[in-house]
Design a protein around this ligand. Structure first.
Ligand SMILES: *Cc1c(COP(=O)(O)O)cnc(C)c1O
Length: 382
């Protein structure tokens, strides 16, 4: 109780003169208005325009990927990634139960079933050890070159780990396992723009990476997302399918596939470009706050989650690990009642009614973490 009051006072001292301290507020401190005005003056506010192209180029450059394709949001980006990775109905996709619902929803849009693998306690992301155990026990690499689940007989069509709160998971080890079992690796990097594992940007370790630029993320364009890949054919396919699969022609409307209206509008891309220009500064600012939190919590018996070895986190959402669920609930109650917004982690996906029949590996760490994790205010400070 006393510690909790100390924490709340500490957080308030880091965000002074704010009656209510939200978890994560957007900051528009750069060229946002300039680019938006340019966009409006040009009349090109919709799905064609120079900001979309420029944002895609700059995002590819920033992440080190060869190609980026902007989408209307991260969820549509995930759906598109699964489609171009050739995930089909009635197949299976390995992912985390400790994730935002969009990950499993996108898998469902593709018609595939989610299978939930446990996370590591320190990275909060998919555990390569748990993945290896699952594959050794349940998977079979058949003569057609693909892996199948021995229990269900279904093809394991993709693996989608997520870099939780911007903390990179052990993605290099996951990539090795995916290669061994010939399972396409798609990184849900929605929360990890600006996060690196072994100096390599998250989202670039597998076939495809996906980002979100929703209002609560590290950078935002209102609503938006993007796919990154090094594979030119996949990038072309993504661009084609996100634009209703229209065959390029000056006036004719011919489509050669079931397409999607998933293209990011130019007006959102104007905002996205201005935000991307500030990303390095935002992350420096966020890492400074994370350091202050780390110092503070080192003098308490509450664990502050820090980036693991070999990784650099963007510290999108800072988080702490309370002793047990009762402590967690007490802290949530007292902080939210005192103008400091805090939040537990998402309800584990396999506990939601739509996913309650999904196969899991027991999810021991996910369940342990779900009882104890709390996000604390993490906005860029101005
Ligand atoms: C935000 C988020 C998404 C979805 O992004 P939207 O842009 O909101 O559709 C997907 N996965 C994770 C893990 C996220 O945090």
């Amino acid at each position: 109780m006393n510690t909790f009051n100390n924490i709340i006072n500490f957080i308030k001292s880091k965000f002074p003169n704010q009656e209510f301290i939200p978890l994560h507020e957007p900051r528009f401190l750069g060229n946002e208005k300039k680019y938006l005005n340019e966009c409006i003056d040009s009349t090109f506010v919709s799905s064609v325009g120079k900001f979309v192209d420029e944002f895609e180029l700059k995002l590819a450059e920033f992440t080190g990927a060869n190609y980026a394709v902007a989408c209307v949001n991260g969820t549509s980006g995930l759906h598109m990634a699964l489609l171009i990775a050739d995930v089909k109905p009635n197949e299976e996709v390995l992912t985390q139960a400790l994730s935002f619902i969009a990950t499993a929803n996108a898998i469902s849009y593709s018609g595939a079933n989610s299978v939930f693998i446990d996370v590591d306690k320190d990275t909060l992301g998919m555990s390569p050890k748990a993945l290896n155990n699952f594959l050794e026990k349940h998977a079979e690499l058949k003569v057609d070159g693909f892996s199948y689940n021995k229990t269900t007989g279904k093809r394991i069509a993709a693996c989608v780990p997520m870099h939780t709160f911007g903390f990179p998971c052990r993605i290099d080890e996951i990539a090795v396992l995916c290669k061994k079992w010939n399972i396409p690796l798609i990184e849900d990097a929605a929360e990890s723009i600006g996060s690196y594992y072994q100096n390599q940007h998250t989202g670039t370790f597998g076939k495809i990476g996906v980002f979100s630029f929703n209002g609560n993320k590290t950078i935002t364009c209102g609503g938006g997302g993007a796919i990154i890949t090094n594979d030119e054919a996949l990038a072309k396919k993504a661009k084609h399918l996100t634009t209703q699969a229209k065959v390029p022609h000056a006036w004719e409307f011919v489509h050669d596939h079931i397409g999607y209206n998933y293209r990011m509008p130019n007006i959102n891309a104007a905002l996205a470009l201005a935000q991307l220009e500030q990303l390095d500064k935002f992350i420096e600012n966020k890492r400074h706050l994370a350091n202050q939190y780390a110092d503070f919590f080192s003098q308490t018996n509450i664990t502050f989650v820090k980036e693991a070895k070999d990784s650099k986190a963007n510290y999108w959402l800072n988080c702490i690990v309370l002793e047990n669920k009762q402590q967690r609930d007490e802290f949530l109650e007292i902080s939210n009642n005192n103008g400091v917004m805090t939040r537990p982690v998402w309800e584990l996906t396999h506990r939601l009614p739509m996913f309650s029949n999904s196969q899991t590996d027991g999810l021991v760490n996910s369940i342990w973490l779900a009882d104890r994790l709390v996000n604390i205010p993490s906005s860029v400070r101005v």
